[in-house]
Design a protein around this ligand. Structure first.
Ligand SMILES: Nc1ncnc2c1ncn2[C@@H]1O[C@H](COP(=O)(O)OP(=O)(O)OP(=O)(O)O)[C@@H](O)[C@H]1O
Ligand SMILES: [Mg+2]
Length: 557
């Protein structure tokens, strides 16, 4: 009973009735009431505009009460109205409550306490209603102003609500949507999918979220993010589903593009790796082929050299035979002559041995086995191998070999193969005889000369100590237009059976395996000059390239 009294505005046509009511209310002990009576509806409205009123009590005959009610409501929509009549009239009561009255009381059945409670409850109910309206207004504005499509359906999939955006999307008014299903608006397969999704939410009781293709009723294809959730009533019973969806086409498409781009990139990378693998394999094959070529070309040279070598061995054998004959004739022998014959026989054995050993070395198939070597010794041994060819062609060999040549990392058999090739070319270029000069020297590079070819620039730096060998002849020389071709595989100017055109190809390959360079040029005075250049051992920065281990495992190949 504490606090401010409840302000009651009583509209009662006769003043006589007012006093008892006021007294009764106060006596009821429910709350304190401040009752103010007006006799006319206009006064009541006037009064409502002026001061605060908590509740309006219309003590009027039913028909009058129904007439006054709307104008009171209109003037003060937030003030509760209670109708009190002397006569019972069910339809008037219903009408009054529909018209917004909080309560309809019959005077004869209402004691002071009931009336006091009625007035209080009317105020509380009105407040609750107001709050509810306010929160409904809040949710309504939220649902309508969000940039999302929102709808609700009952358990059978019939729409119970759709916000303005959703109605616009469907192209129908809310009235046209309510009670309808997805089958009324979308193609059957799409509607069936939506229905199945709803069913999933209903059965699981859980939210469902997906990005899916959506076709608007006008046929536009979109990608939408959809969230569907179950809807429960106040008692917690499942009554349907609600969905919210929005257009994410742009984001979805750019994500898809990004995914595609990543996939493309991954595919390209895999392709690249595959290509690199193939490239590596074919590089290995190339090395193998090159080594096989070197070997094949060498065997061919061995064949060509065999006749000469046989001749070289035949002489010592003849000397041995003569020596043996002499030794067999015991009677004619003299001790001093014995010594000479035996020395000649030993020399013959040594010569034959050197030649045979050289040929065996030359034809042996070994991996590239570079060890520090004296280039001069390599040249001497090679000259010995072609000695017969030199004699036969009336070619004089003049070695001009520098003393104190620094060692070079070389594979002896392969370097001998190089010199045999070069000497054979020189001999074959001098059909009427001539001079073969082999020169060696060492020097420190001041700069990398361009005329030695771009290959020099790749392999040598200014300041490198190098060993140079030159093979010069006084032969035909090389026609200028052929100069660029002589290193090409199978380029030959020689008749079939005499040349295959692989000598210089293989020579260049072997020299490059040693990180050296080879070049060929015509000499001013006629004939050709081949120049080889290697790094002196100790100044090289490259490790010598080795044949693959495979070649080692199969020496027969
Ligand atoms: N010293 C040289 N003088 C003149 N021409 C040469 C000389 N060296 C090479 N050539 C030319 O270069 C060509 C190619 O030489 P290469 O050694 O590669 O093959 P080839 O001597 O013809 O045959 P192969 O060496 O395989 O038996 C020769 O056919 C020849 O025309
Ligand atoms: Mg040749």
């Amino acid at each position: 009973m504490n606090g401010e009294p409840i302000q009651v505005l009583l509209l009662e046509t006769t003043a006589a009735g007012a006093a008892p009511l006021e007294n009764q209310l106060d006596d009821a002990g429910v709350a304190r009431f401040a009752l103010e009576r007006v006799g006319r509806a206009e006064d009541a409205i006037d009064r409502l505009e002026k001061n605060h009123v908590d509740v309006v009590l219309l003590h009027l005959p039913p028909d009058q009460a129904l007439r006054v009610l709307p104008s009171v409501q209109q003037r003060a929509p937030s003030v509760p109205v209670v109708v009190l009549t002397d006569e019972e009239n069910e339809s008037a009561a219903v009408q009054a409550v529909r018209g917004g009255a909080q309560d309809y009381l019959i005077r004869s059945k209402t004691d002071a306490r009931t009336l006091a409670h009625g007035l209080r409850y009317a105020i509380e109910r009105k407040r609750a209603e107001e709050a509810l309206q306010k929160s409904e207004a809040f949710y309504h504005s939220l649902v309508e102003s969000l940039p999302q499509n929102i709808f609700r359906k009952d358990l059978l999939g019939r729409f119970t609500f759709g916000n303005g955006r959703f109605c616009k999307e469907i192209g129908k008014s809310l009235d046209q949507i309510v009670e309808k299903t997805d089958f009324d608006f979308f193609p059957a397969d799409l509607a069936a999918k939506y229905r199945a999704d709803d069913q999933g939410v209903i059965e699981s009781g859980k939210a469902f979220e997906v990005i899916e293709e959506h076709v608007t009723p006008v046929g536009e294809k979109l990608y939408v993010q959809v969230i569907k959730t179950p809807v429960h009533d106040a008692a917690g019973n499942l009554i349907g589903t609600q969905g919210i969806f929005w257009d994410v086409s742009e984001r979805f498409r750019s994500e898809e593009q990004l995914k595609q781009a990543y996939a493309d990139l991954a595919a390209k990378e895999a392709e690249l790796l595959e290509t690199m693998k193939l490239l590596k394999a074919s590089h290995e094959e190339l090395i193998q082929a090159q080594l096989q070529l070197i070997q094949a070309e060498k065997l061919e040279s061995v064949g060509r050299l065999a006749a000469g070598v046989a001749h070289e061995v035949k002489n010592p054998l003849a000397i041995l035979l003569m020596g043996l004959d002499y030794l067999a004739e015991a009677e004619t022998r003299e001790p001093a002559a014995d010594q000479d014959v035996m020395r000649a026989m030993r020399d013959a054995v040594y010569r034959a041995d050197v030649i045979v050993r050289g040929l065996v070395d030359f034809s042996a198939n070994r991996r590239l086995d570079a060890i520090p070597q004296d280039l001069n010794a390599m040249i001497q041994r090679s000259l010995l191998l072609v000695k017969h060819e030199l004699v036969g062609a009336h070619v004089a060999a003049i070695p001009e070999l520098a003393e104190d040549l620094p060692p070079v990392l070389l594979d002896p058999t392969k370097i001998q193969q190089v010199f045999v090739n070069l000497f054979m070319n020189a001999i074959q270029a001098m059909p009427r005889g001539g001079t073969l000069t082999v020169r060696t020297r060492a020097r420190r590079l001041q700069s990398v000369e361009r005329d030695e070819g771009s290959r020099s620039a790749e392999r040598f730096r200014a300041g490198d100590r190098v060993v140079i060998a030159e093979v010069e002849d006084t032969g035909t020389g090389i026609p200028p237009d052929k100069l660029v071709k002589v290193f090409d595989p199978f380029f030959t100017t020689k008749p079939t059976g005499r040349g295959t055109g692989l000598g210089l190809t293989v020579t260049r390959k072997i020299v490059e395996l040693h990180h050296g360079v080879v070049s060929i040029a015509n000499r001013d005075g006629g004939g050709a000059r081949v120049t080889l250049m290697f790094k002196a051992h100790g100044s090289e920065s490259h490790a010598i390239q080795r044949e693959p281990a495979q070649a080692q495992a199969h020496p027969g190949r």
